[in-house]
Design a protein around this ligand. Structure first.
Ligand code: ADP
Length: 455
C-alpha cells in the first residue's frame, strides 16, 4: 500500500477512535441526565400519591389528587402500588412480579431513594410516614419522550460518525496527496535521468524545506556521479589509445619478421605465435573497452528507430560469415501484424553486437546444433528468444554469467573470455531492456531479451 493511502487511513482510524469515544461520552451523559430527571418527576408523583393515601380525611386526599392532576398530570403508563407496613404477603407477591433488584427494597426500608430502570420502564420506591402511619409506595412509568430523545441522539451520533468518516478520509487523501506531490515530482525527475542525460538536475524549491534538501542532496550526488563518469570516460579513451598503439606496433613488427626471406623455421613459428597472440590480445582489449564504454556512456552513440526483425536478419548474416556451419533459424510465426510493434529506439551497432553475442554463444556451446530465434511482441516489449540444444549452464552458476570474465565450469573445451554476455547485458540495459536465462545442463539454454517498443 502506498504511504499516501496509509497516512489517509491512519488519519481516518485515529479520528474514528476520537469520534467514537466522544459519542459514547455524550450519549452516556445525556442518558444519565434524562433518566435522573424522569426519576425525579416520578418520585414527586409517588410522594403526592403516598401522602394522599395516608390521609384519613377524604377532602385532604382529593386536594392532593387535584394538585397532581392540575399541575403535574399523568406520566405514560404511570402506576403506583401502595403497601402498608406489615403487609408481608403483598411485599412478597410484589417482589416476584417486579423486575427490580433486591437492593431496591433494602433502600426503601432504609428510607433512601430507591431507583431502578428496566428496558424502558423506570421504577422508584418511597417509604412515607405520616401521623404515626407508615407505607411503602412503588411507582413505575415509561419515559416515552426521553426514550425518543435518546434514540434521536443515537441516530444523530451514528449518522454524524459515518458522514465525518467520509469527510475525514476524503480530506485525508487530498491532504496526503498534496504532501506527497513534491516527492512524486522528484521521483518523476529522477526517473528521467540516465546515462544519456547525466548533466540534468532536479529543480530545487526555494522553500528550504525537507523536499528542497532532498532535491539538493540528489543534485550533489549527480554532480559526483557525473565527475566519476567523466573520469572513467577519459580513462577509457586514454587506455584505448595506450593499449592499441603498442599492440599495432607488435603485430606490424611480427608481420615484418614473417616476411624476412632468410628466416629459420623456429623463428617463423615464433613470429606466427606472436602475431596470433597479439591478434587475440587486440580482440580482448577492444571487447573490454567496449564493455567499459557501454557500462557508463551512451551519449556518444547514435540512436535511431530500429526494426528488431531486420536487425536479427543482419545478425544472422554476420553469423553466417563468422560460423558458416551454424544451424540458426529465425522463426517469424509470432510476428505481430502491426510492424510498428517491432520498432525500438536504439543504436544499431550495439544492439547487433548484443544479439550476435547471444546467438554466437548458442552456436558455440551447442557445437552448431540447431538454434532457434523467435521474434514476438509482448505488451510494450519486443521479445527475442534464442533457444539452443547445447551444453547448458549449471544451475548454481546461472546468476553469474553476466559478471565480467566469468565462465561456467563446463566450458573448458570452448574458447572464450567471459566478456560477451556482460557487454550484451550492458547494451540491453542501456536500451531500457532486460535479459532472462533458463538453462538445463545437457539439454540447452534459452535466452529471452525484452526491449521497449517505441510509443
Ligand atoms: P564466453 O566468451 O566465455 O562465451 P560470455 O560472456 O559470452 O563469455 O558468456 C559467459 C558464460 O556464459 C560462458 O562462459 C558460458 O559459461 C555461459 N554461456 C553463455 N551462453 C551460453 C549458452 N548458450 N550455452 C551454455 N553456456 C552459455
Amino acid at each position: 500500500m502506498k504511504i499516501q493511502n496509509r497516512i489517509a487511513l491512519i488519519f481516518t482510524f485515529l479520528t474514528a477512535g476520537i469520534i467514537i469515544a466522544l459519542s459514547v461520552f455524550v450519549y452516556t451523559f445525556s442518558r444519565k441526565g434524562v433518566e435522573n430527571s424522569f426519576f425525579h418527576r416520578l418520585e414527586v408523583r409517588a410522594d403526592i400519591v403516598g401522602h394522599a393515601s395516608l390521609h384519613e380525611n377524604k377532602s385532604q386526599t382529593s386536594i392532593y389528587y387535584d394538585i397532581k392532576e392540575k399541575h403535574l398530570g399523568d406520566l405514560p403508563y404511570e402506576h403506583h402500588t401502595i403497601i402498608r407496613t406489615g403487609d408481608i404477603d403483598k411485599v412478597n407477591s410484589l417482589k416476584s412480579s417486579l423486575p427490580v433488584s433486591p437492593s431496591f427494597y433494602d433502600q426503601i426500608v432504609r428510607k433512601e431513594p430507591a431507583r431502578y430502570f428496566d428496558s424502558d420502564t423506570s421504577y422508584v420506591g418511597l417509604n412515607i410516614t405520616l401521623e404515626g402511619k407508615n407505607i411503602i409506595i412503588i411507582s413505575k412509568a415509561v419515559d416515552l419522550y426521553g426514550l425518543e430523545e435518546l434514540e434521536n441522539l443515537q441516530n444523530l451520533l451514528v449518522t454524524g460518525f459515518f458522514i465525518a468518516m467520509i469527510f475525514v478520509f476524503t480530506f485525508g487523501k487530498l491532504f496526503s496527496n498534496q504532501v506527497f506531490e513534491p516527492i512524486r515530482r522528484i521521483i518523476r525527475n529522477v526517473k528521467g535521468i540516465n546515462a544519456h542525460n547525466l548533466n540534468q538536475r532536479l529543480t530545487v524549491d526555494e522553500t528550504k524545506d525537507e523536499m528542497g534538501d532532498l532535491s539538493k542532496t540528489f543534485n550533489d550526488m549527480l554532480d559526483r556521479l557525473e565527475i566519476t563518469f567523466e573520469m572513467q570516460n577519459n580513462f577509457v579513451s586514454n587506455a584505448s589509445h595506450e593499449f592499441r598503439t603498442p599492440l599495432t606496433i607488435i603485430s606490424g613488427e611480427a608481420q615484418i619478421g614473417l616476411s624476412l626471406p632468410q628466416l629459420s623455421p623456429e623463428a617463423r613459428e615464433s613470429f606466427q605465435v606472436i602475431f596470433k597472440e597479439v591478434e587475440k590480445l587486440e580482440h580482448l582489449t577492444n571487447s573490454m573497452l567496449n564493455l567499459a564504454q557501454t557500462g557508463f556512456d551512451g551519449k556518444r552513440e547514435q540512436w535511431e528507430k530500429l526494426r528488431i526483425d531486420e536487425l536479427i536478419f543482419s545478425v544472422k548474416g554476420s553469423i553466417d560469415q563468422i560460423m558458416p556451419a551454424n544451424d540458426v533459424t529465425i522463426n517469424f510465426d509470432d510476428l505481430p501484424d502491426d510492424e510498428s510493434m517491432l520498432e525500438v529506439n536504439g543504436n544499431e551497432a550495439l544492439l547487433k553486437a548484443a544479439f550476435t553475442n547471444i546467438v554466437l554463444n548458442s552456436c558455440k556451446y551447442s557445437d552448431n546444433k540447431p538454434v532457434s530465434v523467435i521474434i514476438r511482441n509482448q505488451g510494450p516489449h519486443v521479445v527475442v528468444e534464442v533457444i539452443d540444444q547445447g551444453i547448458g549452464i549449471p544451475n548454481r552458476e546461472i546468476a553469474q554469467i553476466f559478471v565480467p570474465f566469468f565462465r561456467a565450469s563446463n566450458t573448458n573445451r570452448y574458447k572464450g573470455h567471459g566478456i560477451g554476455l556482460p557487454l550484451t547485458n550492458n547494451i540491453i540495459k542501456m536500451h531500457q531492456g532486460s535479459i532472462s536465462v533458463n538453462s538445463t545442463v545437457g539439454v540447452g539454454t534459452h535466452f529471452i531479451t525484452y526491449l521497449p517498443v517505441i510509443r
